[in-house]
Ligand binder design. Sequence first.
Ligand SMILES: NC(=O)c1ccc[n+]([C@@H]2O[C@H](COP(=O)([O-])OP(=O)(O)OC[C@H]3O[C@@H](n4cnc5c(N)ncnc54)[C@H](OP(=O)(O)O)[C@@H]3O)[C@@H](O)[C@H]2O)c1
Length: 266
Amino acid sequence: MAEANNFDGKVVWLTGASSGIGKELSIQLSQQNAKLILSSRNKKRLEELKGNLVNTDEHMVLPLDLADSASFSERYHEVIAKYGVVDILIQNGGISQRGTAAESSEEVVRQIMEVNFFGNVLLSKTVLPALRKSKGQIVVISSIAGKFGFFLRSSYSASKHALHGYYESLALEEESNGLSVTVVCPGKINTPISTNALSADGNKHGDMDHNQETGMDVSVCVEELLTAVVKKKREVLIGNKETKAVTLKRFLPALFWRVIRKQSPT
Ligand SMILES: NC(=O)c1ccc[n+]([C@@H]2O[C@H](COP(=O)([O-])OP(=O)(O)OC[C@H]3O[C@@H](n4cnc5c(N)ncnc54)[C@H](OP(=O)(O)O)[C@@H]3O)[C@@H](O)[C@H]2O)c1
């Protein structure tokens, strides 16, 4: 577990706080006395979460749709008006996919890129002045699908690959301003991500996939994630044996493709 007090008094803005990894991050960060800005679209869920956090009055519910970049500047000014600073921005909000490249509609392709890539990077651009001032940190939740393509996840995988290129560049550019970037690549984590994923026609997939259900416990994932944040790691893989696929692809690519094509997409 990350040492206590590493986040004491830190102002942490989290997207995707209403569910899964973001919800668990909020719980663990509140236990370490961080002041949290809880963002996602579902205000009711965020209010419920805030009510159950340690130091509930220190936190702020800030509904935000990552697909609505026109709202980011106003949201940012609300945060600065309340806290004056942002120490850490955790870019966790995202949406997955369960449809083939051939069948997924143009709308699905665009929606996934809008939320996972454009919304993500445009929010970081908006918050950058505060992060420069605090010599802060951006934590980007990518995926092992940001390291290799996989069945039913063409646009999702593309959106996550794109984040790596963007944030590796930003990290180099902002190093001299004291800013650091940590990119996190979870494998299979037990959250409702598959339920919320988009099918080829844009409707919710609606199923808790076997891969998700048998994935790493979300509290273990978040403990490892926060340790990587404290250590300011550039990149970290978190999960069970599936994360070994990343190393396999790099060093034994022919074997990697033989193994990966046998894996269940769900
Ligand atoms: N679970 C895994 O196995 C796994 C593996 C690799 C990577 N990840 C990544 O981890 C992150 C969190 O996923 P999770 O597993 O916790 O899934 P989740 O339980 O489905 O949570 C996704 C979060 O993203 C938010 N979100 C979705 N669309 C949004 C939008 N348009 N604007 C703002 N917020 C939006 C959701 O909140 P609202 O619905 O309230 O907006 C929710 O809080 C994602 O980036 C995902 O790609 C997860």
